[in-house]
Design a protein around this ligand. Structure first.
Ligand code: F6P
Length: 493
């Protein structure tokens, strides 16, 4: 069983002579001005929460976009700040982007282009040449920062996500001695879908600069291999799950990501979380009613409208449940510059209003919608309050929110309703698995969750918790680091 200590041991015995650089667009700590003070916040990003404990264990450097309005005030002259603020163990190197760069690379190519292309949830991707040009420019900008951080020490570079598909090739060209790996946190679509991407050869060539390329699921690896097979000149070895192009081989492997189960559980037991529960009980006033919860960024892949409509359908089908439960939905504002996000935001507001108007009484409404950033403790408090928790993603690479809910339930109770289109459903098969496109199925799942007897709830939760405890973030990192250690640095280094 992997844990913090075993990962530490691996790192100390095998990695201590090397540099580790993580590159991710989203930084793990953001400095913002709040009420004339500078506040250090954690972003709403499963990726950032998953990698932070690994960086704490390994030290090293995280290269990320400095996106907070107080970020520049908190770095040194080399754009670095030590984090986490309460116990600094690693370095955050911030890269600055102009509005134009952010627009083209982040909002444009990454989130209007690659995000919908890879998720395939009927939101049409937008591909603009000017976004692609900016994407290339920003990939180079981050690559320059990595090269500077690496110096001439043997260095492993671990790139995160679809924001940097071109960077692996750039890095290898600038410094062939680096060992480069990348993890693609979102799904990889089937090869027909990927055909729509106008610069496919360049993008695939960029990714094949990696020594190791990871996806959550074997299914995504297979989609990638098929895409390469059809899309670019390269030799695909299906059996070994690797691709060779221009004499260079890239291993393609599944590594299902997870969370730090132990420390999450410990924090969920804290007095601070107890306080938040008291605060929420005063605020939402559930009284004797059951509580359902959903927490995510406001994103059209998450199936938020579907689940709110399912609350409505559940009440239509089972009017005896009127005034018997409340559903708390947290929506963290996200990517608000993009039209598709503005649309989903409006749609959610409209549905909340409609459903509450239809069912609400003077003393009760079915949906409580909180549209703001929530702290980790606040989210844990909601996990602990939730008799049932809904994750209804229309498509999701993994979905760590579902694992966080399970880890917070140290009392062994609670029911998870989980989309079968979230990667997590492969491990969390003791949840109530649903097709979120079917509002009736979701509505029935809510009823099932409410009516499941305690003994069965506990049995299911026990199995869910065992799965997350075992397949934890240290296992994910340990497997990736072990795979990386099989690559040799050149003798001369
Ligand atoms: O996990 C996928 C991902 O895009 C991460 O890379 C990202 O940090 C998270 O979702 C949230 O998105 P964003 O960083 O664009 O707010």
């Amino acid at each position: 069983m992997w844990n913090k200590e075993s990962l530490h041991k691996l790192i100390q015995s095998k990695l201590s002579n090397y540099n580790l650089i993580v590159v991710a667009n989203r930084e793990p700590y953001i400095h913002r001005h709040v009420d004339e003070e500078i506040e250090c916040q954690r972003p709403a990003s499963g990726m950032a929460s998953a990698l932070d404990p690994i960086m704490r264990a390994c030290g090293g450097t995280w290269v990320g976009h400095g996106g907070g309005d107080a970020d520049r005030e908190t770095v040194d002259e080399r754009d670095r700040v030590r984090v986490p603020p309460e116990d600094p163990t690693y370095t955050l190197r911030r890269v600055w982007l102009s509005k134009k760069e952010e627009e083209g690379y982040y909002h444009g190519l990454s989130n209007e282009g690659l995000w919908p292309l890879c998720h395939v949830v009927f939101t049409r991707p937008v591909f603009e040449l000017k976004h692609w040009e900016m994407y290339k420019k920003v990939n180079k900008k981050f690559a320059d920062a990595v090269i500077e951080e690496a110096g001439d020490v043997p260095t492993f570079v671990f790139i995160q996500d679809y924001h940097f598909a071109l960077m692996p090739r750039m890095l290898k060209q600038m410094n062939p001695n680096l060992i480069v790996a990348q993890f693609w946190h979102i799904p990889w679509p089937n090869r027909e879908t990927f055909q729509a991407f106008p610069w496919k050869e360049e993008l695939l060539d960029g990714l094949l600069g990696n020594d190791l390329l990871g996806f959550h699921l074997r299914y995504h690896c297979q989609n990638f291999l098929d895409t390469v097979d059809r899309g670019i000149e390269a030799m695909v070895n299906q059996e070994q799950s690797e691709v060779t192009r221009g004499g260079k081989t890239t291993l393609v492997r599944p590594f299902p990501i997870s969370i730090d189960f132990e420390s999450h559980e410990k924090r969920a037991k804290s007095a601070e979380v107890d306080d938040k529960i008291r605060k929420f009980n005063r605020y939402f006033k559930p009284g004797k009613r059951l509580v359902g919860v959903g927490i995510e960024r406001i994103d059209y892949t998450k199936g938020i409208p579907e689940r709110l409509r399912a609350v409505d359908r559940m009440l239509e089908k089972n009017p005896e449940y009127v005034d018997k439960f409340i559903f708390i939905q947290v929506g963290v504002p996200s990517r608000g510059h993009i039209d598709a996000y503005k649309k989903i935001d409006d749609e959610i507001d409209r549905i909340v209003e409609e459903v509450n108007w239809k069912w609400g009484t003077e003393t009760w409404k079915p949906i409580h919608y909180a549209k703001r950033h929530f702290s980790t403790e606040e989210m844990m408090a909601l996990h602990r309050m939730a008799h049932f928790f809904i994750v209804s993603s229309l498509h999701d690479g993994m979905n760590l929110v579902s694992k966080e809910y399970v880890a917070s339930r140290f009392d062994g109770d609670g029911m998870l309703i989980l989309s079968s289109f979230a990667g997590a459903s492969r491990e969390l098969s003791d949840a109530i698995l649903v097709n979120p496109f079917s509002i009736d199925e979701l509505a029935d799942a809510i009823r099932q969750a409410i009516e499941t007897p305690e003994e069965e709830r506990r049995k299911r939760m026990q199995k869910l918790r065992a799965a997350v405890a075992e397949n934890n973030i240290y296992r994910w990192a340990g497997k990736i680091i072990s795979a990386l250690l099989k690559f040799d640095f050149p003798e001369s280094m």
